[in-house]
Write a protein that binds this ligand. Structure first.
Ligand SMILES: Cc1ncc(COP(=O)(O)O)c(C=O)c1O
Length: 373
């Protein structure tokens, strides 16, 4: 199989990631922060080391402001539900994934007001568009760092400045960029990221950075291994937002994933591969590349074929794993004019080769040539 669905989850993982998970499960197995014995202490050390590596990667001073979640979806839900109450206004961009849209709509149903910041024709959210949308009531502004539909990168540092100058808070969704594109979160309020995409950790890992001084109401309440005499969730981070045992096996893998991406060079390589594929795909009759391949994503609009069917044929007839449809981001497709059938998305990863993308382009050509229309 040629795996080109790294935007959904990266595969394969670096061998050290799976080795670390097996070794944690076999040789340690403790529940971090839940006992004074050596297994629990070792587990806590592994979790702490991962927090530290992530903090360094995102230029965050205090690693205890990073909480572990099971994916970016849970991180976004923690942020939105923890901050947006009945009276407040939440702004989300038109390129957001359902991970942002659905919790925002749920807050709207509970009495908050929700408005959408429009994208430009490339699917970009400009600081000017953000500025125009903010009102004095705006509490939180949510913008995706790179669209999972178009691969278009947003200038989140500039957007952060604009939002702060208007007295609101920022939540950036780094689902498609964490580990791939450098991120300096030191001046952000909230950053949601998956562990299982470009950070090369396993599925079931992710996290949320919460700026110092910002207190969220927790999404889940329960044991934290701290302040156990109190019936309330502790105010101290990360405990406040980490009720119940962590996915320590997954975090042991994520730790190695973060170390792997820190060796560098992935963005240049993956962008080059994405652009190579985009160029070849764009030359195929009936295929039109959507967006600007700012990251590892190549989205193709098909004139005469169904995207979901084309993805199924790529898999069945050519052993190529790509994804067709809306990619859980209907607003982005509305913005780009692809809401009808969606797009066929290829996303490269650290282990993709030029031969893989050439094979994908040839397979796409074969599938489209033989599609009935
Ligand atoms: C832009 C964007 N946001 C959020 C998510 C949700 O991430 P996760 O799969 O880690 O929940 C995705 C997943 O593909 C995404 O592409």
């Amino acid at each position: 199989m040629i795996y080109l669905d790294n935007a959904a989850t990266s595969y394969p993982k670096p061998p050290e990631v799976t080795r670390a998970m097996a070794s944690f499960a076999e040789d340690c197995g403790g529940n971090p922060g839940r006992g004074g014995h050596s297994a629990s202490r070792r587990a806590a050390e592994t979790v702490f080391a991962c927090r530290e590596e992530l903090a360094e990667l995102f230029n965050i001073e205090n690693c205890e402001r990073i909480v572990f979640t099971k994916n970016a979806t849970e991180a976004v839900n923690t942020a939105i539900n923890g901050l947006v109450d009945e009276g407040s206004e939440i702004l989300i961009s038109a390129m957001e994934h359902n991970a942002v849209l659905r919790p925002a709509v749920a807050r709207e149903a509970a009495g908050a007001s929700l408005r959408v910041i429009p994208a430009d024709s490339d699917g970009r959210i400009t600081p000017e568009a953000v500025e125009a949308a903010i009102t004095p009531k705006t509490r939180l502004v949510c913008v995706v760092h790179a669209s999972n539909v178009t691969g278009t990168l947003n200038d989140i540092a500039a957007i952060n400045e604009v939002v702060h100058s208007r007295g609101a808070l920022t939540l950036f969704d780094a689902a498609q960029t964490a580990g791939l594109v450098p991120i300096d979160a030191s001046d952000f309020d909230l950053l949601a990221f998956p562990g299982h995409k470009s950070l090369y950790g396993p599925q079931g890992t992710g996290g949320l950075y919460v700026r110092e001084g910002l207190m969220l109401s927790p999404l889940t309440c329960g044991g934290t291994g701290s302040a156990s005499e109190s019936p309330f969730m502790p105010e101290r981070m990360p405990d406040r937002l980490e009720a119940g045992p962590l996915n320590a096996v997954g975090i042991a893998g994520l730790l190695e994933g973060v170390r792997f991406v820190k060796r560098g060079g992935l963005l240049e390589r993956e962008r080059e591969l994405a652009r190579r594929l985009a160029e070849k795909a764009g030359d195929i009759g009936g295929a039109e590349v959507v967006g600007d391949n700012g990251v590892n994503v190549v989205s193709v609009k098909l004139k005469y074929a169904d995207c979901v069917e084309a993805a199924a044929r790529l898999d069945a007839e050519h052993g190529i794993a790509a994804r067709g449809g809306l990619h859980c981001a209907p607003m982005a497709h509305r913005s780009m004019g692809t809401i009808g059938g969606g797009t066929l998305r290829f996303s490269v990863g650290a282990f993709t080769t030029p031969e893989d993308v050439d094979a994908a382009a040839s397979a796409l050509e074969a599938v489209l040539k033989s599609s009935a229309f």
